[in-house]
Design a binder for this molecule. Structure first.
Ligand SMILES: [Zn+2]
Length: 490
């Protein structure tokens, strides 16, 4: 088998709080499972991500907690890290781009990208309406503005609708209001914003190449029908990388951080370059790395339209090769919400749900919101946990401390079929956590398999999804090592 190089760059979370199970079930867990699977197959893999510190949703947190941006970003970087670790989601590096080591690098990458993108005059200044609070005279943009989505009529805040996934300009919001004081009256002022034109034909082709599902492609085509293939480069605000620090302009705007996700990805790529011991950034034009990204559907426009447009216009970089996407995940039928305390955070999920990370990982896999909204049901989870726990206890008692026979598993036809399904559903072309998770459950529930075969087969099938228990069983087998696991999977 040819060993390939994989650069995995999961979506960059906003450091405005920890991650809840909705986040983790979306773009995070799947990338850890993919990394583990590709490593078993013998490929060179590095998985690196960062927070997105210039996202405006950190600003209300600063105000509420009376802390500066650096402190909020640092504290939540650490909270997010704990959530990932608690579910055994392992990154080679997880970057806080505001750390001294990275801040200047991110600025330089952004500068390079923006200069390359604007160099041929391929941009337009668009006159936009922005809102001000008429009492306080503050600008009300980004995280501070909310209203009704013009596309789907759901309540939304900021630039991206969590109901339909659309990117919405502030002037398009219906019944806009200031989230800091709903009753204050808003007044309108005009501002000039920088946009670049994308090439829809190119974007459409790229989405096919990146294996983006039709449900996600549809979000891009709805956006383009309404706005044309416009990519926002700047937005009003104080927090972020100032446009005037990069190019000659009178604008007080900052670089639109969602469009600039490409620079964060390149920053992650610099760490991957070291980890894989290669000479080039995995996102550079001549790279032979397979670069995989993941994001939730409300980040569709930033990734599928903006990142790819900037990559296409840059001299040096290119876009991702694959995108793994997800829809919304609810908790007991309702949106996860911190303010309503309707939430399970990653860092204390094990205590609250009285379980271990393996069982949560399996449940999040089988309920993964791959192509539509799915739900974490607490009752259903409790039943699920008890069933899997019973099986895990039976392993601990009887089987864990005696040698297990590998041949008897590998010759079992049900094992062969299950392994085939796992391998297919963890491949980039057919990636489905639901299918691979269900295959493990079918294996556990099959009453016709001899218990010894069942235990070892389970360990071999669940090694990427349930690494804790799988490693424990496998490490107990005399002479078993990674090369044998690789042989079984090859
Ligand atoms: Zn909407």
């Amino acid at each position: 088998m040819i060993k390939k190089k994989y650069a995995l760059i999961p979506v960059m979370p906003t450091p405005n709080g920890p991650l809840h199970l909705g986040h983790l079930a979306g773009p995070f867990l799947k990338m850890d499972i993919l990394a583990r699977h590709l490593r078993i197959l013998g490929h060179y893999v590095s998985i690196v991500s960062a927070t997105d510190p210039y996202e405006s949703h950190i600003l209300p947190v600063c105000k509420k907690e009376s802390k500066d941006e650096l402190t909020v970003c640092k504290e939540n970087y650490s909270n997010i890290n704990k959530c990932l670790e608690n579910l055994s989601i392992k990154y080679d590096n997880f970057i806080n781009p505001l750390d001294d080591e990275y801040r200047e690098k991110l600025f330089e990458i952004t500068k390079k990208i923006i200069i390359q993108v604007l160099k041929d005059g391929n941009f337009s200044q668009k006159d936009e309406a922005i809102h001000f609070n008429s009492r306080t005279n503050d600008i009300v943009v980004a995280s501070r503005i909310a209203g009704i989505c013009p596309s789907c009529n759901a309540n939304m805040g900021g630039y991206h609708c969590e109901c339909c996934g659309q990117e919405v300009s502030p002037e398009e919001l219906i019944e806009p209001y200031d989230t800091e004081n709903k009753d204050d009256v808003l007044k309108i002022s005009r501002t000039s914003t920088l946009f670049i034109d994308s090439d829809y034909e190119y974007i459409s082709k790229r989405m096919i190449d990146c294996n983006v599902p039709d449900e996600i492609k549809n979000i891009v085509s709805v956006y383009i029908k309404k706005h044309g293939p416009l990519v926002r480069i700047s937005n009003p605000g104080d927090w972020g990388i100032k446009l005037k620090d990069i190019v000659r302009t009178d604008s007080e705007d900052v670089v639109f951080t969602y469009t600039n996700l490409i620079s964060l990805a390149i920053l992650c790529g610099e760490e991957i370059k070291k980890n894989l011991n290669i000479e080039y950034n995995p996102l550079s034009k001549d790279s032979d790395c397979i670069v995989v990204g993941s994001f939730g559907f409300d980040n569709t426009i930033p990734f599928c339209l903006s990142v790819d447009t900037l990559a296409n216009l840059s001299d040096e970089f290119r876009g991702f090769d694959y995108y793994l996407t997800n829809f919304f995940y609810t908790l007991d039928g309702k949106k996860f919400s911190t303010s309503r305390r309707h939430c399970i955070w990653g860092y204390d999920a094990l205590e609250i749900l009285e379980t271990n990370s393996d069982i949560i990982r399996l449940y999040l896999s089988v309920t993964s919101p791959e192509l539509k909204k799915t739900n974490f049901s607490t009752d259903e989870f409790n039943e699920f946990r008890n069933k899997i726990q019973d099986f895990m206890i039976s392993i601990n008692e009887d089987k864990l401390y005696k040698p297990l026979n590998i041949d008897s598993v590998c010759n079992c036809s049900f094992f062969k079929e299950s392994l085939r399904v796992i391998k297919k559903s963890l491949s980039l072309e057919n990636f489905s956590l639901q299918k691979s998770g269900k295959t493990i459950i079918n294996w556990i529930e099959n009453s016709e398999i001899d218990q010894d075969v069942k235990v070892l087969g389970f360990a071999l099938l669940s090694t990427s999804i349930m690494p804790g228990i799988s490693d424990k069983i496998i490490s107990n087998i005399e002479g078993f090592d990674d090369s044998l696991l690789n042989e079984i999977y090859s």
